[in-house]
Design a protein around this ligand. Structure first.
Ligand SMILES: NC(=O)c1ccc[n+]([C@@H]2O[C@H](COP(=O)([O-])OP(=O)(O)OC[C@H]3O[C@@H](n4cnc5c(N)ncnc54)[C@H](O)[C@@H]3O)[C@@H](O)[C@H]2O)c1
Length: 258
């Protein structure tokens, strides 16, 4: 119970990696504020957290709305009594050839993946500064360390997350706030199910074949599961990572090596 008595807010926790993180941190002992754009899935995650015996609050809303994320952090703090851990997990993806990427694609992707993460850092830091520190953890990606064909705009957003992670770590250290990111590979979530629907027909693949083929690029040769990521985030959220900040660590079965 490394997080007993701690409080975490996890964005995009209605499904996929965010849900696995919220449940894992709850198992570690933390009370959890559950955010998602979709209030129904957020509520369902919160119910599972309640069943684990933790306190929880549902704080739905769009992380790319700056005022909203500040009010979400306030509500989490008021309802649960503290904010020790902020996980800026919510994100969206897109697969498209670079020459086809539109201004609207860029707006949509950057608004959630980069603006949303920065606003989450700002909102959490404001509260954590007053309360003696905390841990901010962001969703980057292996695609935040190397460009990826067919994923250029998404990859650029994740490079942005890596950059904000480093700058935030430098500026917030004096307030005892650490900032790190997790960088998954090919994780079996609804996000990949949607990518598979677009890429599969282009590549002449059966459903799920694209995801499993891409995952063969990992030396551990399997598709990643959300719990692989959640296990690492548990470390980032806990006391064993206290001396770590500014890092964006790849957790992908050995696909991208840094
Ligand atoms: N799945 C992968 O292979 C993979 C790989 C690397 C990084 N990531 C990153 O991990 C994070 C989670 O990915 P996932 O696979 O679980 O995705 P997912 O699409 O399965 O789940 C994302 C959740 O975030 C929510 N969300 C989306 N936009 C939001 C917004 N503006 N405000 C609040 N909530 C919002 C969605 O409703 C959804 O519940 C993302 O940042 C993603 O870029 C995923």
């Amino acid at each position: 119970m490394s997080l007993a008595g701690k409080t975490a807010l996890v964005t995009g926790a209605g499904r996929g990696i965010g849900k696995a993180i919220a449940l894992r941190l709850a198992k570690d002992g933390a009370n959890i504020a559950v955010n998602d754009l979709n209030p129904d899935t957020a509520k369902a995650t919160a119910e599972e957290i309640n069943d684990l015996g933790r306190k929880t609050v549902v704080v739905p809303g769009d992380v790319s709305d700056r005022d909203k994320i500040f009010s979400i952090v306030d509500e989490a703090f008021t309802e649960l009594g503290s904010l020790d851990i902020m996980v800026n997990n919510a994100g969206i993806c897109q697969t498209k050839e670079l020459l086809e990427v539109t201004p609207q694609d860029l707006e949509d992707l950057f608004r959630v993946n980069v603006f949303g993460v920065l606003y989450g850092i700002q909102a959490a830091a404001e509260t954590m500064k007053k309360n003696g520190g905390g841990k901010i953890i962001n969703a980057a990606s292996g695609a935040g360390h190397t460009g990826v064909p067919q994923f250029s705009a998404y990859s650029a957003t994740k490079f942005g997350v890596v950059s904000f992670t480093q700058s935030a770590a430098m500026e917030l250290a004096e307030h005892k706030i650490t900032v790190n990111s997790y960088c998954p590979g090919i994780v079996d979530t609804d996000m990949w199910a949607e990518l598979d629907k677009v890429l599969g027909p282009k590549l002449g693949n059966e459903p799920r074949e694209t995801m499993t083929t891409f995952a063969q690029g990992a030396v551990l040769r399997r598709v990643e599961v959300p719990e692989d990521v959640a296990n690492f985030v548990s470390y980032l959220a806990g006391p064993d990572s206290d001396f770590m900040t500014g890092q964006s660590v790849v957790i992908d079965g050995g696909m991208v090596m840094r």
